[in-house]
Write a protein that binds this ligand. Structure first.
Ligand SMILES: [Zn+2]
Length: 64
């Protein structure tokens, strides 16, 4: 295993839609920016909202 010669270790932004690298000592780690962090939080909030959301009658009608 060769050691990295970089001063700062970086890894991919935790936002799957973002291809940027973020330094491990970054203020926003594991995200590259405040924008990515906010987007990711919003995504999780939306997903949990959808899971806990009750099925509306219109949805049932379409399924039958
Ligand atoms: Zn990012």
């Amino acid at each position: 295993m060769a050691e990295q010669t970089q001063k700062q270790k970086t890894r991919k932004c935790s936002n799957p839609d973002c291809k940027k690298q973020v330094a491990e000592n970054s203020k926003y780690f594991p995200f590259c920016s405040d924008r990515c962090r906010t987007m990711d939080l919003a995504k999780w909030r939306d997903e949990s909202y959808m899971i806990s959301r009750t099925i509306e009658e219109d949805d049932l009608e379409e399924d039958v």
